[in-house]
Design a binder for this molecule. Structure first.
Ligand code: AMP
Length: 289
């Protein structure tokens, strides 16, 4: 694994690898087995794999957890090496947001749904950094986790609207054995927070079981997910929404052939966690683990 910090080094590497097909995994580091699954998918399908590690300040709002976001360069380098990654780009603020930086990138409608209500500038920050990273790395494929479902939708829209010539590959959410979605932020949970955090997935999974058993009423699916979550006093719910998988608009009435995404955001002992499950006709029989 070649560890590079400077943007001009990444550009130089890409220039000499110009004929190679690149799979790219953008991350904010503190890598865990959720990230590992993306690295493995990229490794399996591309000649070379590039991973960026950069905690992007423009996607954090005032009062959010930028200052305490977990950082672990040593652990990250270890995982990149273990997974046979070719280049790890540890981006710097000076390169990515030099003095005088002024441009904004927005995907307005999708960005205002779900997490966008409480995090107004978040997806503009994500869109900006993803576009910048793609412009430097110029991959043929980029890998995104469905754990951040709204982010995946925003990036897909951005890539289509701006005619970027690459494939966006969605990757399934990786979970701990008790169902908790893996996340760098899980490192910040207290023991008690870690104990109760799986309740989010328990609620989503109960609703998905209902869907698999034929329930299609949005209100019933939402109530099923809400019950266990509201019973846990350490969980402060931000939202629980059942939305159209493409537009992210809340579903009223019943889920149709297009399916749904049930998405949750909650603060568990002060740590903000998100999760979601997909409800699709064609996997109605698969159920959840
Ligand atoms: P992050 O470092 O949190 O910005 O995540 C980098 C990439 O890893 C994003 O595409 C995430 O969606 C993905 N990712 C994070 N956690 C998981 C997970 N538990 N399962 C699958 N992908 C994940």
């Amino acid at each position: 694994m070649k560890g590079l910090d400077r943007l001009d080094e990444v550009r130089a590497w890409r220039a000499q690898a110009a004929t190679l097909r690149v799979g790219f995994v953008p991350t904010m580091g503190a890598l865990h087995d959720g990230h590992r699954s993306l690295l493995q998918a990229a490794r399996a399908h591309n000649e070379v794999v590039v991973v960026s590690v950069f905690v992007n300040p423009t996607q954090f709002g005032p009062g959010e957890d930028l200052a305490v976001y977990p950082r672990d360069r040593e652990g990250d380098e270890r995982m990149l090496t273990e997974e046979g990654v070719d280049v790890g780009w540890f981006g710097t603020i000076d390169d990515l947001y030099p003095r005088g930086f002024a441009t904004r990138v927005e995907v307005p409608t999708l960005a205002t749904r779900l997490c966008g209500r409480q995090r107004p500038g978040h997806f503009a920050g994500v869109s900006l950094i993803v576009l910048k990273l793609l412009n430097v790395v110029r991959p043929q494929r980029a890998y995104f986790g469905l754990k951040d479902y709204q982010q995946y939708c925003v990036v897909r829209q951005l890539v289509a609207d701006l005619n970027l010539d690459l494939e966006i590959v969605p990757c399934p959410t990786q979970r701990e054995s008790d169902g908790l979605a893996m996340s760098s932020r899980n490192r910040r949970l207290s023991n008690e927070g870690r104990r109760v955090a799986p309740i989010l997935y328990a609620g989503l999974a109960a609703a998905k079981r209902g869907f698999c058993d034929g329930e299609r009423r949005a209100s019933a699916l939402l109530m099923t997910a809400l019950r266990p979550i509201l019973d846990e006093p350490r969980v402060r719910l931000e939202y629980l929404d059942l939305v159209d998988p493409r537009t992210l608009v809340p579903i009223e009435g019943t889920v149709d052939q297009g399916g749904a995404v049930l998405a949750v955001a909650a603060h568990v002992d002060g740590v903000r966690l998100i999760d979601n499950v997909l409800m699709a006709e064609d996997d109605a029989t698969t159920g959840v683990r």
